[in-house]
Design a protein around this ligand. Structure first.
Ligand code: ADP
Ligand code: MG
Length: 366
């Protein structure tokens, strides 16, 4: 199956005075699975619609395999689109629905039947060919919508929250299905979701959007372990964000001092250039916050346990730091029945491995 690269260059979309998409540039490699992730209203659908040719940019260019398609009509772009509510035609059978784009392209019946059967095999629903959409479950309907998209073998597939209407279990299953289909077809996919777990599971790279602009673009690991902003740290997974001041910077990382506290700790950078005296945020994931009995005395930061919550495989400890002005912290570790029980109100010491604490420029503090 064909697969194309995609380049978006300074693409911009306004509605009156409102900037739905600030000038945005982005490269998607041939065969890559790229996810646009972000809260509602961050411009994901706007960017996707511009790429699809369903909306027109105020500025900027779109290139597919280096050919400028900025002003090409949607049908001439060799792009397939799957939306959350991409309604199937109710009066047509599954087979007729899938063959529809081929009929539109005036393909001969025999060839259309062959490709339709192949598409049904790919989405693993060959036995529903003669049924009507109303006779299918939500998950099956979404697979048929996917089959109708892949049947004409577009070089790029755009998906806008395709699993948004499905319940959690079905969504997990469909995520794996879409990944399998991507592996089989090797088509370039730009996928939209507001669900960070879905983005982490599925993507080669994630483009995190915020208020009509790219906040950070990188692999799931980049964004999770090296967030460039507080927004990214907050959006992907659980995190503790501590206010701190840079004391010293060396090649390995940073010495930091926690606000209103003498505790001196280490952190690593996220690629930004930090300077001594600068106020920063330090991100520590709950699973990397090391909690010990205060008696152990090794921690340089102390707090009182305010809550212990067991949510299946993870146990979460909620901790109020003793230092004034510090926000509550959460630590998490795998639940073990053999673990010594914690007591609410207990004094604990807190610490981390330097590599697990990431310094982030504090936009508000700067
Ligand atoms: P997302 O898909 O990330 O939820 P959208 O791209 O749909 O966000 O929308 C981005 C912003 O642009 C939103 O604030 C939305 O209200 C606005 N917007 C989108 N389409 C239009 C339109 N046709 N007219 C005016 N504003 C729009
Ligand atoms: Mg949207």
């Amino acid at each position: 199956m064909a697969s194309s690269s995609l380049r978006v260059s300074n693409l911009c979309k306004r509605y009156g005075d409102f900037v739905a998409l600030a000038p945005t540039s982005l490269d998607v490699a041939k065969g890559e699975f790229l996810t646009l992730l972000g809260p509602s209203g961050s411009g994901k659908t706007t960017l996707l619609s511009l790429i699809a040719g369903l909306a027109h940019p105020d500025e900027g260019r779109i290139l597919i395999d280096d050919a400028d398609v900025t002003h090409s009509p949607a049908y001439a772009r060799d792009i397939g689109v799957v939306f959350q509510n991409y309604a199937l035609f109710p009066h047509m059978t599954v087979e007729e629905n899938i063959a529809f784009p081929l009929k539109m392209r005036k393909m001969a019946d025999a060839e259309a039947r062959k490709l339709t059967a192949e598409a049904l095999e790919t989405v693993r629903l060959p036995h529903v060919a003669r049924r009507y959409p109303r006779e299918l479950s939500g998950g099956q309907q979404q697979r048929i919508a996917l089959a109708r998209c892949i049947v004409y073998r577009p070089a790029i597939i755009l998906m806008d929250e395709p699993l948004g209407a499905l319940d959690k279990k079905l969504r997990d299953q469909m995520q794996l299905e879409i990944k399998r289909i991507h592996r089989e077809l090797r088509t370039t996919i730009v996928y939209v979701t507001h669900d960070q777990e879905e983005a982490m599971t599925m993507s080669d790279r994630i483009c995190l959007m915020n208020a009509g602009a790219i906040e950070q673009l990188g692999t799931p690991e980049d964004l999770y372990f090296r967030p460039r902003s507080v927004f990214v740290a907050d959006f992907l997974g659980e995190s503790n964000l501590l206010s701190a001041t840079v004391r010293d910077v060396d090649t390995e990382g940073l010495d930091i001092v926690l606000a209103d506290h003498e505790a001196q700790l280490r952190a690593v950078g996220n690629g930004s250039a930090f300077t001594a005296g600068e106020p920063i945020k330090v991100m520590v994931r709950p699973q990397n916050l090391v909690v010990e009995d205060a008696a152990a005395g090794r921690g340089r930061l102390t707090g009182r346990l305010t809550d212990v919550m067991i949510s299946g495989s993870l146990t979460r400890l909620y901790i109020a730091p003793e230092a004034a002005g510090m926000a509550p912290l959460v630590a998490a570790y795998p639940t073990r029945s053999s673990a010594a029980p914690y007591e609410i109100g207990q004094l604990v010491s807190l610490g981390w491995n330097a590599a697990d604490a990431v310094a982030i420029r504090d936009a508000k503090g700067a």
